[in-house]
Design a protein around this ligand. Structure first.
Ligand SMILES: [Zn+2]
Length: 412
């Protein structure tokens, strides 16, 4: 039977969200956590955006060094030959891409102002796809933006052209969150059957159905005989009402009625990393995790009513579908209530040595400590908040990579 994979788009869709953003170091930490968790691919950024170049290159170096070991790092670009050319000029080593173009009549009329016909759209996609192949891209997903408002016959035609020219996956974008579980199931099944290519489900949450739609779409793809790649973001952060939440999508795919013990993941997910990842993303984005968030919300395992508390104490399965320790929860959290020395863009050597000492990091000499401190200052300039322990450890361990991440040089 075909399988379910997870392709996380936090570092692309998440960071293009209004009012939100991540530093390049924070994006890198997200990639590290996603990798630890076993996520198949991280859509790690925009290779045609100049200020991403060093970040993308540094993360590809981490992959070459075996640190971002099993995760694939994929870039997102428009399906335009010029964007493909720019991508391989700015980030020559990039191996995985998703190329995107709008397919719906709404977008053809509303966005392209009627200047592009459906045939033009297919032509542009094919040209971009061939250009990416010619530049040596190892895997390419083709995205149909606004797929849920596109005639299914045209989507099939679009998908067949993509497949014929070597696309590895077709991304079905429910760009506006317009689908429901019934419609996306049917569309994904038709595409899987008639195009015969793995299907990505990219679902937005405007009607509150992103996770349910992702699951229904995945079932459609699998029932149609193809692997399903669910697009997620950490904590569901994304454009407008957000995307399908990573943790909830994994839980739904593995614990829900009819999926549990039936549908298989193509790559095992270590959910015990979920808590750490969600907390970090919440801190980095400065967006609190809702109290009722599945799995990682403060109330996800809280019981107060008499009947529930009694029931869960007798047997947790009475009122819990999964256990807190499966998600890496359960350790008490320490919150400093006294003196605190934290990193900052104007930190000095004394405070920095104190912080690193607490992390049990010592430096060979003062010069080395000064060098790492300088990188920490720069990281603080970008993040505008104290670095977390794992960021400090990352900089101390990989100073060359950190330096690259922190390098922002506007073009002349
Ligand atoms: Zn999106």
């Amino acid at each position: 039977m075909a399988k379910i994979y997870f392709l996380d788009v936090t570092n692309r869709d998440g960071v293009q969200t209004a009012n939100l953003g991540l530093s390049k170091l924070e994006k890198t930490m997200i990639n590290m956590y996603l990798n630890e968790m076993g996520v198949f691919q991280s859509e790690f950024g925009f290779p045609t955006t100049r200020h991403e170049s060093f970040y993308l290159q540094a993360n590809l170096e981490l992959a070459d060094m075996g640190i971002l070991q099993s995760i694939r790092l994929g870039g997102w670009i428009r399906a335009i030959v010029a964007d493909v050319e720019k991508t391989f000029k700015l980030v020559p080593n990039i191996k995985h891409l998703n190329i995107s173009i709008s397919t719906s009549d709404q977008m053809l009329q509303g966005k392209f102002q009627g200047k592009k016909s459906p045939e033009d759209i297919i032509g542009m996609m094919v040209d971009a796809l061939e250009a990416a192949r010619a530049h040596g891209a190892e895997s390419i997903g083709v995205n149909a933006e606004d797929a849920s408002r596109t005639e299914i016959d045209f989507l099939v035609k679009f998908g067949l052209a993509a497949k014929e020219h070597g696309a590895d996956r077709l991304r079905y974008c429910d760009t506006l969150g317009y689908d429901n579980a019934f419609t996306i199931y049917e569309n994904a099944k038709t595409l899987a059957e008639d195009v015969g290519i793995p299907i990505e489900l990219h679902c937005h949450n405007d009607l509150g159905m992103a996770v349910a739609n992702s699951l229904a779409g995945a079932k459609g793809a699998i029932d149609g005989g193809q692997d399903a790649y669910i697009n997620t973001t950490v904590n569901g952060i994304g454009e407008r009402a957000g995307n399908a939440d990573l943790v909830a999508s994994v839980l739904a795919s593995t614990k829900s009625n009819g999926f549990e013990n039936k549908y298989q993941l193509g790559k095992p997910i270590d959910l015990t990393k979920a808590w750490k990842l969600s907390k970090f993303a919440s801190y980095a984005f400065r967006v609190p995790i809702p109290i009722n968030q599945p799995g990682v919300g403060a109330n996800a395992f809280a019981h107060s009513s008499g009947i529930h508390a009694d029931g869960v104490l007798k047997d947790p399965e009475n009122y819990e579908l999964y256990s807190f320790d499966e998600l890496g929860r359960g350790d008490p959290e320490l919150v400093e209530t006294g003196r605190e020395i934290c990193s900052g863009e104007y930190s000095g050597i004394s405070g920095f040595s104190h912080i690193m000492g607490q992390l049990e990091v010592s430096f060979d000499d003062v010069g080395r400590a000064e060098e790492i401190l300088e990188l920490v200052r720069y990281a603080n300039v970008e993040a505008q908040k104290p670095l977390v322990e794992e960021e400090l450890l990352f900089i101390a361990k990989y100073p060359k990579i950190a330096k690259k991440l922190l390098t922002l040089v506007p073009p002349e």
